[in-house]
Ligand binder design. Structure first.
Ligand code: HEC
Ligand code: HEC
Ligand code: HEC
Ligand code: HEC
Ligand code: HEC
Length: 448
C-alpha cells in the first residue's frame, strides 16, 4: 500500500476547503436570489389611479423608504437647504422652513420690486415639502390660480377624475380653479404615480404641459408629431420625468393654462423671443415702469446645453444614482444634492476621489457666483439710474434693455445648480445680460 504523502493530504484539505467554500457561496447566492424575488413579490395589486405612496410602498418598500427621506434638510457649500425652526401659527402651521433667499441677498428685492417674489422667496428643499411650502408661501397672498398645483402635488389622479378619464380635460379644469379650490383635489406631494405606470413600473410622463411643450420643442428641431410616452428612449425618460416640473413656465391666457415657452428652442434667447413676440409680461417694475419677465428654475433647459447632456448623463444618474441594498441594485429615491452622495453619483463615470470631484463642483460654482454677482450689481445700479430718469426721451428703449437684461440674469439666478449643469452656457447668458445693461447705460448717458 502506498503511503499517503503530505502533498496528498494537503490536496485533500484544499479541495475540501474549496468545496465547502462553494457550498457557502451557493447558499449565499440562493439566499440573495430569494431576497431579490421577495423584493419583487407583489403583496398588492396597485390601482391605475392610486396616488398614495404608502400603498405602492407595500410592493416596493426599499424605494418607498428612500422616498420618505426627502424630508431631510442638509446644506452643501452652495446647495441643499438649511432647516430654520419657526413657531407655527394658525395661518402657517410649518414648524420649520428653509432659509430666505431675500434675506441672504437683498438685491433680489430691488430686482423684483412690485412682484410677489419680492415678498417671499426661499431656498428650495426636498420633494416631501412641495405641497405645504406652496400652500403657505406669502406669494399666495395675491390670489394664485390652480395652475400652481401642477408641479407641487401628485396631480394625475385629480386630473383623470376631473376629466372623466381624459387627462387633458382634467388639466384644463384644474388650471382654471382658484388655487385653494384646486388644492382640495390633491393629497400628496409628487408620488410614485407621477413617474411610473403601476402596471409595469415603466417610467411615464403625466404632465400635459410637458407633453405639449416637448412636442413643440421637438418640432422646432424638425421632429413632427412627437408623442413623448411612445417615442422617448429610456435614457430620455430619465430626464423627462424631472423636466415635467424643473423648467421655466408661464400661465397662458384667461384660462391660465400652464405652458412651457419652447416653440423656438430651449436656450434663454429662444424663450425670450417667444415672450417678446407675444408681448407677455409677468409684472411691471415698481421703479422703472418696465414690463418684466420672471424666469423660474430652468434646470432642464440649462442642463440641455451642457457637457453632461451631450454625454448622455441624465438627471437620474446624478440625483437618483443606483445603490446596493444587500444583493439588490436599486434606484435611490432620496432625490437630493449629488454632493451628498458623490461616490454613487459621479464615480460611476469619473475615476477621481470624492474630495477631488466635490472640489471641482465647488470651484465651478464659485467662479459662476462671482460672475453672477457682477451682473447683479450692474442690474441693480441700472434700475436705480433708470428710476431716476423716468422722463428720458428714449424711456421705452431703456425699459426694453431692462426687460431683456432682467430675463437673462434671472434665467441664470433661478437655475438651482449654481452654474454646474452647464458652466459655459451660464457664463454666456450672463454676458448677454451685461451687454444689454451696458447698452442701456450708454443710451442713458448720451441723451440726458
Ligand atoms: C452630472 C451630474 C448632474 C446632472 C446630469 C444633473 N444634475 Fe442637478 N445638480 C448636480 C450638482 C453637482 C448640483 C449642485 C448641488 C449642490 O450645490 O449641492 C446640482 C443641483 C441641482 C438642483 C439644486 C439642488 C440643491 O440641493 O440645491 C436641482 C433642483 C437639480 N440639480 C435638478 C436637476 C435636473 C432636473 C436635472 C436634469 C434635467 C439635473 N439636475 C441634472 C449634478 C447634476
Ligand atoms: C412648472 C412647474 C411649477 C409650477 C407651475 C410652479 N412651481 Fe413652484 N416650484 C417648482 C420647482 C421645480 C421648485 C423648486 C426649485 C426652485 O425653488 O427654484 C419650486 C419651488 C417653489 C417654492 C419653494 C421655494 C420658493 O420659491 O420659496 C414655492 C413657495 C413655490 N414653488 C410656489 C409656487 C407658486 C405660488 C406657484 C404658482 C404661481 C408655483 N410654485 C408654480 C415648480 C413649479
Ligand atoms: C411634480 C413636480 C416635480 C417633479 C416631477 C420633480 N421635482 Fe424636484 N422639486 C419639485 C419642487 C416643487 C421642489 C421644491 C420643494 C420645496 O422647496 O418645497 C423640488 C426640489 C428638488 C430638489 C431639491 C432637493 C433638496 O433637498 O434641496 C432636487 C435636487 C430635485 N427637486 C430634483 C429632481 C429630480 C432629479 C427629479 C426627477 C427624478 C425631480 N426633481 C422631479 C418639483 C418636482
Ligand atoms: C420623480 C420621479 C419618480 C418618482 C416620484 C418615483 N420614482 Fe421610482 N423610479 C424613478 C426612476 C427615474 C427610476 C429608474 C427607472 C429606469 O431607469 O428605467 C425608478 C425606478 C423605480 C423602480 C424599479 C427598481 C429600481 O429601484 O430601479 C421601482 C420599483 C420604483 N421606482 C418604485 C417607486 C415607488 C414605490 C415610488 C413611490 C414611493 C416611486 N418609485 C416614485 C423615478 C421616480
Ligand atoms: C454617466 C456618466 C457621468 C456621470 C454620472 C457624471 N459625469 Fe461628469 N462628465 C462625464 C463626461 C462624459 C464628461 C465629459 C468629459 C470628456 O468628454 O472627457 C464629464 C465632464 C465633467 C466635468 C468637466 C466638464 C465641466 O462641466 O466643466 C466635471 C467637473 C464633471 N464631469 C463632474 C461630475 C460630477 C461632480 C458628477 C457627479 C455629480 C459627474 N460628473 C457625473 C460623464 C459623467
Amino acid at each position: 500500500m502506498k503511503k499517503l504523502k503530505p502533498t496528498h493530504i494537503m490536496g485533500f484539505i484544499i479541495s475540501a476547503a474549496i468545496c465547502s467554500a462553494c457550498f457557502v457561496l451557493a447558499l449565499n447566492v440562493l439566499e440573495k436570489k430569494n431576497e431579490a424575488k421577495y423584493n419583487n413579490f407583489k403583496v398588492k395589486n396597485i390601482d391605475a389611479l392610486e396616488d398614495d405612496p404608502a400603498v405602492w410602498g407595500m410592493n416596493y418598500p426599499l424605494q418607498y423608504e428612500d422616498y420618505l427621506k426627502t424630508v431631510d434638510q442638509e446644506r452643501t457649500k452652495h446647495g441643499g437647504s438649511e432647516s430654520i425652526p419657526r413657531t407655527p401659527t394658525n395661518n402657517d402651521p410649518r414648524a420649520k422652513v428653509s432659509q430666505s433667499k431675500l434675506v441672504e441677498d437683498p438685491r433680489l428685492v430691488t430686482i423684483w420690486e412690485g412682484y410677489a417674489f419680492s415678498k417671499d422667496f426661499r431656498e428650495e428643499r426636498g420633494h416631501a415639502f412641495m405641497l405645504e411650502d406652496q400652500l403657505y408661501t406669502l406669494r399666495q397672498k395675491v390670489g394664485q390660480p390652480g395652475t400652481c398645483i401642477n408641479c407641487h402635488a401628485s396631480t394625475y389622479k385629480a386630473m383623470m377624475t376631473l376629466g372623466n378619464g381624459n387627462l387633458e380635460d382634467g388639466f384644463h379644469k384644474l388650471n382654471k380653479m382658484p388655487y385653494f379650490e384646486a388644492s382640495k383635489h390633491v393629497k400628496h406631494p409628487v408620488s410614485c404615480i407621477d413617474c411610473h405606470d403601476s402596471a409595469n413600473m415603466n417610467l411615464k410622463v403625466t404632465r400635459p404641459a410637458f407633453i405639449t411643450g416637448i412636442k413643440s420643442f421637438k418640432k422646432s428641431i424638425g421632429i413632427k408629431d412627437y408623442e413623448v410616452n411612445k417615442m422617448a428612449t429610456r435614457a430620455e425618460m430619465r430626464v423627462f420625468v424631472c423636466a415635467q416640473c424643473h423648467v421655466e413656465y408661464y400661465f397662458k391666457g384667461n384660462e391660465k393654462t400652464l405652458t412651457y415657452p419652447w416653440d423656438n428652442g430651449l436656450k434663454a434667447e429662444d424663450s425670450l423671443k417667444y415672450y417678446n413676440d407675444m408681448k407677455f409680461a409677468d409684472w411691471t417694475h415698481k421703479k422703472t415702469g418696465a414690463k418684466l419677465l420672471k424666469a423660474q428654475h430652468p434646470e432642464y433647459e440649462l442642463y440641455s446645453q451642457g457637457i453632461h447632456a451631450k454625454s448622455g448623463a441624465s438627471c437620474v444618474d446624478c440625483h437618483m444614482p443606483y445603490k446596493k441594498v444587500g444583493a439588490i441594485k436599486i434606484t435611490d429615491h432620496h432625490v437630493n444634492s449629488p454632493l451628498l452622495k458623490v461616490g454613487a453619483s459621479c464615480r460611476t463615470c469619473h475615476n477621481k476621489s470624492e474630495n477631488e470631484l466635490e472640489a471641482r463642483v465647488v470651484s465651478i460654482q464659485e467662479k459662476h457666483l462671482e460672475m453672477r454677482d457682477i451682473v447683479m450689481d450692474a442690474l441693480v445700479s441700472y434700475i436705480q439710474k433708470l428710476s431716476n430718469n423716468q422722463n428720458h426721451p428714449r424711456i421705452e428703449k431703456l425699459r426694453e434693455y431692462h426687460r431683456n437684461a432682467q430675463y437673462y440674469l434671472d434665467f441664470i439666478e433661478a437655475e438651482n445648480s449654481s452654474g454646474f449643469h452647464a458652466p459655459q452656457e451660464a457664463a454666456r447668458v450672463l454676458m448677454k445680460s451685461m451687454d444689454l445693461i451696458r447698452k442701456g447705460e450708454d443710451l442713458l448717458s448720451k441723451q440726458q
